[in-house]
Design a protein around this ligand. Structure first.
Ligand code: CP3
Length: 343
């Protein structure tokens, strides 16, 4: 019996469990201090003691119902031999991979574990240090979102460079998706073997694709990954986040291998309640902007979200990651509010 695990498995719960995307991060002074100690963001991700420390900070401070491993979706690209850097104020920068020659230079998927072993150590340490009853969420980026960074060398609004690549260089694109799918299966299997209780797949840029492309390059590779992992670990629940795919959330809700669908803040809650909740447990969708605003506005938004979703069990979360300008007291307010709710 565990509130979060029961809920993600679709069992009845007395209140929604609550955790936040990016709950460990720059809005917390504790995080900023540890990051300074680490020297850089990548050092922090690869230092299992410090990564454990920052994962635990929001659990200790706010009492979230689940922890999420501290790492980044782009580490797997680093492990495949791509040069990945995080430049202050600019976000991630990578050496783009586009041609057959670039693709052939990448490491084979079984080699990724050398570089990623500190991440598995973080998972193991967290399993020892997390308070009893707080499950650990492992995660990976979906192949399409990883491909956008790989092809363009950085994040890009609308992911146009990668989208054009799908059309103009389809064989290379398909090869990239296949490689990332295989590597992600390996990566997730190791996170589970190290102790992760639940896995989340982030397809943050899925909304840049047209409907057919969403099915081919967001939904299908994610389905392959989840199906492959579940062959070995059928009991591990998966949370899938195809951000901003609009009504194609319906297609995701038909996939039996997906346990929870994370919903962004742009989708109409009434539509979600009618079309998705009867088929899948959902997670979301408070607009993270409200965490930067005053208490009264936050409270009325909280009331709206919880009212709209209350017919079925759901996981309370944001529609996207918490931003560095979120107010700490607002996070406390949300967690306390949700813990008082009854379903
Ligand atoms: O608390 C947690 O959620 C766990 C850790 C986590 C991070 N990134 C830490 C992080 C997780 C799950 C991620 C996922 C991630 N990383 C995604 C998918 C989720 C989403 O937000 O859509 C994506 C697209 C990335 C890639 C990435 N990492 C970008 C584009 C950036 C720079 C933009 C930014 O927010 O600064 C990062 C850096 C990053 N990843 C930070 C953190 C805490 C900030 C880095 C810092 O401390 O300077």
């Amino acid at each position: 019996m565990n509130l979060f695990l029961d809920c993600v498995k679709g069992l009845p719960v007395k209140r929604p469990p609550v955790w936040f995307m990016r709950q460990a991060g720059r809005y917390l002074s504790e995080y900023r201090d540890t990051r300074k100690k680490a020297g850089s963001f990548l050092n922090l991700c690869y230092n299992s003691n410090l990564a454990t420390e920052v994962t635990l900070q929001p659990i200790d401070k706010f009492g979230f119902d689940a922890a999420i491993l501290f790492a980044d979706i782009l580490l797997i690209l680093d492990a495949l031999g791509v040069n990945v850097q995080f430049v202050e104020g600019q976000g991630p920068l990578l050496d783009p991979v586009k041609s057959k020659k670039d693709i052939n230079l990448l490491k084979t998927t079984e080699k990724i574990h050398d570089k990623l072993s500190p991440v598995y150590d973080t998972v193991k340490k967290l399993k020892q240090h997390l308070p009893k009853g707080v499950p650990l969420i492992g995660f990976a980026g979906a192949p399409w979102t990883l491909a956008t960074y790989l092809i363009n060398g950085r994040g890009e609004q609308g992911s146009l460079t990668a989208k054009k690549f799908i059309i103009a260089n389809n064989p290379e694109f398909e090869e990239i998706i296949k490689l990332l799918t295989e590597a992600t299966v390996e990566y997730i299997l190791m996170q589970i073997k190290s102790g992760a209780d639940v896995i989340k797949i982030f397809d943050s840029w899925a909304g840049a694709l047209n409907a057919d492309m969403v099915r081919s390059y967001s939904l299908n590779p994610i389905k392959t990954i989840v199906t492959e992992v579940k062959k070995q670990f059928p009991e591990i629940p998966f949370i899938v986040f195809p951000r901003s795919v609009n009504t194609i959330y319906s297609d995701f809700s038909e996939v039996k291998e997906f346990d929870v669908l994370a919903v962004d803040q742009f989708l109409d809650r009434k539509w979600i309640a009618e079309n998705i909740q009867p088929k899948k447990v959902i997670q979301g969708n408070l607009d993270p902007l409200f965490l930067t605003q005053d208490k009264e506005n936050l409270l009325s938004e909280l009331k709206r979200v919880t009212e709209d979703f209350k017919k079925y069990p759901y996981v309370f979360n944001l529609g996207h990651g918490i931003t560095p300008d979120a107010r700490v007291e607002n996070v406390t307010l949300v967690v306390d509010y949700i813990k008082e709710l009854k379903l």
